[in-house]
Structure formats: C-alpha cells, structure tokens
Design a protein around this ligand. Structure first.
Ligand SMILES: NC(=O)c1ccc[n+]([C@@H]2O[C@H](COP(=O)([O-])OP(=O)(O)OC[C@H]3O[C@@H](n4cnc5c(N)ncnc54)[C@H](OP(=O)(O)O)[C@@H]3O)[C@@H](O)[C@H]2O)c1
Length: 241
C-alpha cells in the first residue's frame, strides 16, 4: 500500500440530534456525557496531533490536552496541538499558547503575527491555510495519526478535500435548533462539483444517553449519490478494510 502523504486522519465531534455543534452564536455546548468524554480522551491519547480551527479557539479556548485522569492512565506523551489560523487571530492568552505542550500554529504566507518562541509556526497556503499542504508537512515531521476535532468550517474543508479516513460523531439526545447554532459542517460549499460527500456507515454504538456513529469514506465505486431513504448500506457490517 503506498504511504499517504499525510497522517491518517480521524474526525471526532459531538452534535445535537439536529446536527448542531454548539448553542446559538457558537456558545460551547457540553453534549457528551462522561463515557463519551472518556472515549474522546482514549482517542486523543492514541494520536500524534489534535487539530482545531481558530474559530474553536476563539469560541471555546480549549486546552487540547489528554485528560489522563479521565481514562485512569498514567500521564503519557502529549499529542501536539495544531491550530489552523491563517491570519494569526489566536488570542495571546489562549490556552493553546501556554507553552505546556508542543504546539503548531498553521498560518498563511500573508500572516505577519509573531508567536512566542515555543510555538512552531507552519506556513501553508497563500491567503488561507491549505490543509492538504499542512497535512503533508505534518507527515513529513513524523506525524502518523491526527485527530481533527472541529469546528464546522474545518470539518467542511477536510470532508470536501477528501482528507478524512474515519469519522466518529457522538449524537446527544437534545435538540438545539435556532438560526445561529452552528451545524456540524459549514463554510466551504460541499456542493462544488458533487452533491454530497458519500460515506460508508460502520457502526452505531449507544454510549451515555446518546449514540456514537462511525463512518469511513465511501470507496469510489460507492460514490454515486444515495437516495435519502432506503436500506442500510451493504457494507455496513464489514467495518473498515
Ligand atoms: N461539539 C463539538 O464536538 C465541537 C468541536 C469543536 C468546535 N465546536 C464548536 O464549533 C464552533 C467553531 O467552529 P467554526 O466553524 O466557527 O470554526 P473552526 O472550524 O474551528 O475554525 C474555522 C476557521 O479556521 C480558519 N481556517 C484556516 N484555513 C482554513 C481552511 N482551509 N478551512 C477551514 N477553516 C480554515 C478560518 O479562519 P481564518 O480565515 O482566520 O484562518 C476559519 O474561520 C464553536 O461554536 C465551537 O464550540 C464544537
């Protein structure tokens, strides 16, 4: 099998039953229960990097660290934190810039912002971060597995760019609604050239009071648009190959 010119990319996020990532205006929603939070920590502990967009940093100020105590494991190696931030909008006081964990800020070539010396700045893309170029650079630096946690614009870009190997979505039993609560995928027009991003359903596992859905990208032969209703995909029980 040819080596990918990028790390293996896992996407994980939590949404409401109506597919929202957060409350109105992007205010953080705690959608996961304790078992799902622990599941996410297991994934974080297993990857080399955890990536979010600057929109998530501005909205949530996440630490992007492994909470070893939540999985009852001794502290291990921390995955690198990666913030996708074309113009250097990450606030100086953001937790991702606290220097406690190796951190990369990916910027565009036009970015003039200076970051603290302990932050690695990677330039990829002229006006906006080119994720394929960034991922190639991360692979070149030895990163084998990358977890993309959001938000909606980053998820749109990785899905539209065919840059996802596996996607898990925790669906919480709550409806958020409203016009300004961000959907799971937004930003770039996924419809550019194709009507949808076809996925293969793998599993649905009850966890806490919700469900974790796992998907992998559909193989090219499965790519034609599927009807909106119908039976389970024929490969659903096989899992990823
Ligand atoms: N429930 C969950 O699991 C979960 C997880 C994460 C986030 N969230 C929520 O998601 C919301 C934030 O999402 P968001 O969509 O506003 O922001 P985002 O996806 O975190 O970040 C988007 C920003 O990233 C930058 N960017 C640079 N290159 C990009 C590229 N190639 N493709 C896409 N973005 C690129 C852009 O800003 P520049 O142009 O300035 O670079 C863009 O505005 C918050 O409400 C947060 O609470 C929820």
């Amino acid at each position: 099998m040819p080596m990918l010119d990028r790390p293996e990319i896992l996407v994980n996020c939590a949404v409401s039953a109506d597919g929202r990532l957060a409350y109105a205006g992007g205010r953080r929603a705690r959608l996961s229960g304790p078992a799902d939070l622990a599941r996410v920590q297991w994934i974080r502990a297993d990857v080399d990097g955890i990536l979010v967009g600057v929109g998530t940093v501005l909205a949530d100020d996440p630490s992007l660290r492994v909470h070893w105590e939540a999985i009852d494991r001794p502290k291990g190696r921390s995955p690198k934190r990666i913030v996708v931030d074309s113009n250097g909008r990450t606030p100086p006081g953001a937790r991702v810039l606290d220097g406690s964990i190796p951190t990369i800020v990916a910027v565009s070539e036009r970015c003039t912002r200076a970051f603290p010396p302990e932050i690695q700045v990677v330039r990829a893309g002229t006006d906006r971060v080119d994720l394929a170029r960034l991922f190639a650079e991360l692979r070149r630096q030895g990163m084998r597995k990358l977890l993309v946690e959001g938000g909606g614009e980053i998820l749109a870009s990785v899905l539209a760019g065919g840059l996802v190997d596996r996607m898990t979505v925790f669906v919480a039993p709550v409806v958020i609604g409203g016009a300004s609560a961000p959907p799971m995928v937004r930003g770039v027009d996924l419809a550019a050239g194709r009507p949808s991003v076809p996925l293969t359903f793998v599993t649905a596992e009850p966890i806490d009071d919700g469900v974790v859905l796992t998907y992998v990208p559909a193989r090219p032969s499965e790519a034609p648009a599927r009807p909106l209703s119908g039976s389970t995909h024929p490969d659903a029980s096989k899992g990823p190959e």
